[in-house]
Design a protein around this ligand. Structure first.
Ligand SMILES: [Zn+2]
Length: 148
């Protein structure tokens, strides 16, 4: 069998960003106030070469995919559905958010992104998007799954 070379390619573009609001919980009873970030994403893909095209993957396809993913959560309030401390309840056109059982926020449903994560930390957002997410300059998390 021929040796299989692995390549690593990265995509980061000015439009692969999302400006979203969130708040996270800490161990114990501490919880942040609602605030926002201009998140920037970077995708790293590792894999073998396509034998015909000699690339790991088509960059334009990857950029389109990332644009769709970031557009879905851009200008939204990011809320965790898997939190044990934050209760998120959809009620028709609104989303009611309670922290430790106490009502805290009511948002229009269309302004929320309800995410299957336990906390909207940059690590969990990276895992959700399967990319690198930078919350503030120099403060980022990476999540990677190997292809194939
Ligand atoms: Zn934050």
């Amino acid at each position: 069998m021929a040796a299989h070379k692995e390549f690593k390619v990265a995509v980061t573009k000015d439009n692969l960003v999302f400006a979203s609001a969130h708040f996270i919980t800490f161990p114990g009873h501490r919880c942040e106030k609602l605030h926002g970030h201009n998140y920037r994403t970077r995708v790293v893909v590792e894999g073998g070469l396509d034998p015909e095209a000699h690339y790991v993957l088509d960059f334009s396809m990857l950029k389109d995919l990332m644009k769709r993913l970031t557009d879905e959560i851009d200008h939204k309030v990011l809320l965790p559905l898997g939190s044990t401390k934050i209760q998120v309840r959809e009620e028709g056109e609104t989303v009611r958010v309670a922290v430790a059982g106490k009502p805290r926020y009511v948002f229009p449903r269309e302004d929320c992104a309800l995410l299957p994560v336990p906390n909207t930390t940059v690590e969990m957002l990276a895992q959700y998007l399967e990319v690198e997410v930078e919350e503030n300059f120099g403060q980022s998390a990476t999540y990677r799954e190997s292809l194939g």
